[in-house]
Design a protein around this ligand. Structure first.
Ligand SMILES: Cc1cc2nc3c(=O)[nH]c(=O)nc-3n(C[C@H](O)[C@H](O)[C@H](O)COP(=O)(O)O)c2cc1C
Length: 447
């Protein structure tokens, strides 16, 4: 099968990927808590044949030390509820939501996502995060986040239980045989009786096997723990790489980890984060981004940098060098982000320069210009073989989203790079992922 370019529309903040997008003069306000806002964007993405929409999620309000909720807060709708509503107003587009393995039980997420998969006829997928914010831990009865390695160990067991629960009803288990009175074939419904380090789950699930069998599992996070987790368990990984060269060496690293986990490189799809801004020229697109950036108070950027680096920057000279950083090993926050801070500090950037650079849309690759220029960049990355597609992280919504779907997608289609129609089947099939055999079948076959 030829490689297929995958494109996804991402919601980080409801108003866009840039943290301060809510201040843009054309930003939506209260409507970001209404269904119509998301339905319009989802249908627009579906008309453009994007593969899926993807909702980020945090389970807390971030509370920066000084800027707090005054300048930036992240209230959002609960994503699985929102995707269930979007399932009803779309037909083909994939529906992907973030979910945390740290503050839920596998039985919770197995039911929610299996139900979403049934309601959407096989279009759901789960983005696993281990959650790195102390504010989230404190909403779920903990003083702080679990240790980094523990979070990933818990996530590994979580995913194994999740898949076993989805398999606990075999595809043929439901009979509805009114004549015999057999509702289900009891030999095809399985208890798990799982007892592990973190979870104790009896099973079976009380939702039949989802249309996709195993929903695609996504993940982001390029710490060593994160990469090993992806190599063992994940179908689609989000990355943020600086150049095609970096992406090629990242891919080689992941291929080695996949081989170690006994998996074929083709089993992992890698999607690069991209912030596209369509404009009359590259310079005009950069001006638009700079306009957003100018709206962001330095106080907020500094608070974000404190949170990312684990260093309290209160009282530190913003024009001076970054104070010493904690070691990645054992660091409880997001290690990928900590390493980014280290890289900037090593280049000699001052505290405020690092704060401004990193808070500008999370440092995802910016690509601005005419539709042809943006398509050129996408084509170069894709044809290099470094990545399989892009997670489109539009700085400002809805404008950047509709500009891309209306102007860049037709250019990619004209070049024969992007699909003009959805293929048949479920999201799993459309992404080119192999069918998921039921984990209980080998045991049955051996009987
Ligand atoms: C595209 C993308 C989307 C992400 N979405 C979320 C999210 O919705 N919620 C969250 O807690 N973390 C999110 N993250 C952060 C990571 O999933 C993850 O929590 C973190 O990178 C893991 O840290 P590590 O680098 O220490 O492994 C996202 C990261 C990327 C690149």
């Amino acid at each position: 099968m030829p490689r297929k370019l995958i494109l996804a529309g991402f919601f980080f903040n409801p108003q866009g990927n840039h943290r301060i997008s809510w201040r843009h003069e054309k930003a939506p306000d209260h409507e970001v808590f209404s269904l119509d806002y998301y339905a319009d964007l989802a249908r627009e993405a579906e008309r453009a044949k994007l593969d899926f929409i993807f909702l980020a999620d945090h389970m807390a309000i971030w509370s920066g030390a000084r800027s707090s909720v005054r300048h930036y807060a992240n209230p959002r709708l609960e994503p699985i509820t929102l995707l269930s509503a979007l399932a009803a107003v779309t037909r083909d587009i994939g529906l992907v939501s973030t979910a945390s393995t740290s503050y839920s039980e596998p039985y919770n997420l197995a039911r929610l996502f299996a139900s979403l998969d049934h309601l959407s006829a096989g279009r759901a997928a789960i983005n696993i995060v281990t959650s790195a914010m102390a504010e989230e831990a404190q909403n779920y009865g903990h003083g702080d986040v679990f240790a980094h390695g523990d979070r990933y160990r818990r996530a590994e067991e979580y995913v194994r239980v999740l898949r076993a629960l989805w398999d606990s009803w075999e595809d043929e288990a439901l009979l509805f045989d009114r004549a015999s009175g057999d509702f289900a074939d009891e030999t095809r419904v399985h208890a798990l009786d799982h007892e592990g380090e973190f979870f104790k789950v009896r099973g079976p699930l009380n939702v039949p096997r989802p249309p996709q069998g195993h929903l695609p599992v996504f993940q982001a996070g390029s710490s060593s723990d994160g990469k090993d987790f992806a190599a063992r368990h994940v179908d689609v990984q989000f990355v943020s790489l600086r150049s095609i060269e970096d992406a090629l060496s990242y891919r080689a690293d992941m291929n080695a980890r996949l081989a170690k986990a006994g998996r074929d490189p083709a089993e992992l799809i890698v999607l690069q984060g991209l912030q596209p801004v369509v404009a009359g020229s590259r310079a005009e697109a950069e001006d638009r981004f700079a306009h957003l950036q100018a709206l962001q108070p330095d106080r907020l950027s500094l608070d974000l940098l404190s949170a990312w680096s684990g260093v309290d920057l209160d009282g530190v000279d913003p024009d001076g060098p970054m104070p010493p950083l904690p070691e990645a090993e054992g660091y409880k926050g997001v290690q990928t982000t900590l390493e980014r801070v280290r890289l900037h500090a090593a280049k000699g950037l001052s505290v405020i320069e690092i704060a401004r650079t990193m808070s500008a849309g999370g440092e995802m690759q910016f690509v601005g210009g005419t539709p042809r220029e943006i398509a050129d960049d996408i084509e170069a990355w894709f044809t290099s073989g470094a990545v399989d597609g892009f997670n489109l992280m539009f700085p400002h919504l809805p404008g950047d989203w509709t500009d891309f779907t209306g102007k860049v997608v037709p250019e990619l289609q004209r070049r024969g790079l992007f699909q003009r129609e959805y293929g048949p089947g479920t999201l799993r099939e459309r992404l080119g992922l192999a069918p998921a055999p039921n984990l209980f079948r080998p045991a049955l076959a051996a009987e």
